[in-house]
Design a protein around this ligand. Structure first.
Ligand SMILES: NC(=O)c1ccc[n+]([C@@H]2O[C@H](COP(=O)([O-])OP(=O)(O)OC[C@H]3O[C@@H](n4cnc5c(N)ncnc54)[C@H](O)[C@@H]3O)[C@@H](O)[C@H]2O)c1
Length: 311
């Protein structure tokens, strides 16, 4: 594989299912020269770094992995946060929101450890729209984006392409709002080969709603799709490529998934036109996420963070 990566160092916090897939993806993509891995325990971080190092050796990848502590990630160009606190999610609906109370203290600890970090932070931890806002507001970091709507959008374009027997690249369309039950399919602005076409909207919505659950039911967790969404977002946010990425970001005082057009790493919001029903759904998502954020923000654990720091 050997080629010189455009990016110097990327950090990953959380050596679980998605963290492992992100590390593997970055190694095989030859994305960065150094990959720093931190997790809840030093053993987890060291184990993942060793496994990725084996991959580096067997594939001649230019990516050098190393285990470290969260504070060691300060000189990375980007940090990917993929932690998940230990809890049992018993929800059947609004599943991602089920992690809010459990994951918020971990996000609070990481925000303290990375306070003032000037690189790019990609938050994957769910509920991602709430956790990315929480991390941004507690850390003071200015370049924080949540992963999820870009995965939803890719799934939507692929499902529509399958339905119409066209390549996914022929489909232009976005899924915005919450990465969750209040996702908004921007159907009215969707085009196929630059033409508006009738859409099997309910079928597409159902596919979007059930896809993550089907993957988790079959193989335990979703991991490769989110890892691909992280890689795609790293390309845009670190100015490797220009283009549009649907990410969770601040918008009119709230924080939710919107299309961002990146030019040399700088994002500008570029919402498609919404019809009246889509606008109502977008407002509903916005209200839901603001309410969820306020509830999380008032958790007592965030006022006095646990003394245990991520290693
Ligand atoms: N946004 C998306 O598109 C998307 C997609 C899939 C999963 N997710 C979310 O990503 C998160 C991770 O999922 P997973 O399947 O990898 O979980 P996992 O349980 O397999 O791994 C989580 C890892 O985080 C570590 N961890 C926990 N607390 C920590 C802390 N305070 N500091 C450092 N490390 C800590 C754990 O030790 C574990 O290694 C979950 O919240 C999941 O819902 C988001």
């Amino acid at each position: 594989m050997s080629r010189t990566p455009a990016v110097g160092a990327v950090g990953i916090v959380g050596a679980g299912a998605v963290g492992q897939a992100v590390a593997t993806t970055l190694c095989m993509a030859g994305f960065c020269r150094r990959l720093l891995i931190a997790s809840r325990t030093a053993e987890q971080a060291a184990a993942l770094a060793a496994d990725i190092d084996d991959m580096r050796q067997t594939t001649a990848s230019p990516v050098h992995p190393r285990a470290g502590r969260v504070v060691d990630l300060a000189d990375c160009q980007a940090v990917v946060i993929v932690v998940r606190a230990s809890f049992t999610n018993t929800r059947n609906t609004d599943v991602r929101m089920g992690g809010a109370v459990a994951n918020a203290p971990a996000i609070g600890q990481l925000a303290a450890a990375l306070h003032g970090y000037t690189g790019t932070v990609l938050v994957v931890t769910n509920p991602v729209d709430v956790m990315s806002r929480l991390f941004a507001e507690l850390s003071g970091c200015e370049r924080v984006f949540g992963i999820g709507s870009n995965l939803d959008s890719a799934r939507y374009r692929a499902a529509l392409a399958r339905h119409l027997h066209v390549p996914a690249t022929a489909v232009a369309g976005h899924v915005i709002g919450e990465h969750g039950d209040a996702a908004v399919v921007c159907a009215s602005a969707t085009t196929v080969n630059d033409q508006r076409v009738p859409l099997p909207l309910q079928q597409l919505r159902d596919e979007l709603t059930t896809r993550a659950g089907l993957i988790s039911a079959g193989i335990g967790r979703t991991r490769s799709g989110p890892a691909g969404a992280v890689l795609s977002a790293l390309h845009k946010t670190l100015a490797v490529d220009d283009g549009i990425e649907e990410l969770s970001a601040p918008y009119e005082g709230g924080w939710l998934g919107i299309p961002l057009r990146f030019t040399r790493g700088q994002p500008v919001a570029c919402l498609p036109s919404l019809d009246a029903a889509e606008q109502r759904q977008f407002t509903t998502a916005d209200t839901k996420l603001r309410t969820a954020y306020q509830a999380v923000r008032s958790l007592p654990e965030l006022e006095s963070p646990d003394s245990e720091r991520a290693s």
